[in-house]
Ligand binder design. Structure first.
Ligand code: MN
Length: 215
C-alpha cells in the first residue's frame, strides 16, 4: 500500500521535472533515412538528424531550464537570446527548416508568386542557384547560406556564420543550405561544392513556394 501511495504523491513532481527537461521535442525526418540517396546517404541522415540536430534540441532543453527562455516559443528565443542558448535554439530551428525543404520527390522548379519574386530579384532560377552555390563554396568555416526576403520584399542570398539565421536581421527565411562539414563530409569529404550541387536535386520548390506565400 505504501509504495503506491508514495508514487501517487511524487508523481506530480516527477511530471514537472520531465516537462522541464523536454521543453522542445526533436521532430522526426519527414521521409525515410534512405529516401534522399544518392545525394544524401542514409548514413549522413542518421548522423545529421539523430546526432547533430537532436543534440542541439537536447542541449537547448538543458540550457533554458530556470531561465526566462524556458516558456518562450523557439522563434522568440532566436530573436532575443545570445551565446549558447541562441546557438542551440537557432541550430534546432535551422535544421528543421533544412530537413523540411528536402524531398524524395521534389518539385524541381518554383512557380507562381515565388517564381516571379526570383525572376525580379535574380533574373532567373539559374542565377539564384549560381549565387547560392558560390556563397556556399565561399563561406569560411561553418555556417548557413540562406534565401531570404528582406523588408522591401526583395529576395536575397545571405551567408551566415555558425548558427546564424537571417530572422535576426528582420528577414524572412525561405530556403537554406547547411554548409557545416557534418552535413556532407561522409558522402563528399572535403568537396563542399559537389555536395551543394547535388543538394539542388533534393530541394522541393513546392515547400519553398508555400513558405513564400505564407504570411
Ligand atoms: Mn547541420
Amino acid at each position: 500500500m505504501y509504495p503506491l501511495l508514495l508514487s501517487l504523491l511524487i508523481l506530480p513532481f516527477m511530471a514537472t521535472d520531465m516537462m522541464k527537461e523536454a521543453r522542445f521535442t526533436p521532430k522526426d525526418l519527414p521521409y525515410a533515412y534512405d529516401a534522399l540517396a544518392p545525394e544524401l546517404s542514409e548514413e549522413t541522415l542518421h548522423y545529421h538528424h539523430d546526432k547533430h540536430y537532436v543534440g542541439y534540441v537536447n542541449k537547448l532543453n538543458e540550457l533554458i531550464v530556470d531561465t526566462p527562455f524556458a516558456d518562450q516559443p523557439l522563434e522568440d528565443i532566436i530573436l532575443s537570446a545570445d551565446g549558447p542558448i541562441y546557438n542551440n535554439a537557432a541550430q534546432a530551428w535551422n535544421h528543421e527548416f533544412y530537413f523540411d525543404q528536402l524531398s524524395p520527390r521534389p518539385r524541381k522548379e518554383p512557380s507562381g508568386a515565388l517564381l516571379e519574386a526570383i525572376d525580379r530579384s535574380f533574373g532567373s532560377l539559374d542565377e539564384l542557384k549560381a549565387q547560392m552555390s558560390k556563397a556556399a563554396a565561399g563561406l569560411f568555416g561553418s555556417g548557413w547560406v540562406w534565401l531570404a526576403e528582406d523588408k522591401s520584399g526583395r529576395l536575397a542570398v545571405v551567408s551566415e556564420a555558425n548558427a546564424g539565421n537571417p530572422m535576426r536581421h528582420g528577414m524572412r527565411p525561405l530556403m537554406t543550405i547547411d554548409v557545416w562539414e557534418h552535413a556532407y563530409y561522409i558522402d563528399y569529404r572535403n568537396r563542399r561544392p559537389d555536395a551543394v550541387e547535388a543538394l539542388w536535386n533534393r530541394i522541393d520548390w513546392k515547400v519553398v513556394g508555400d513558405r513564400y506565400e505564407r504570411r
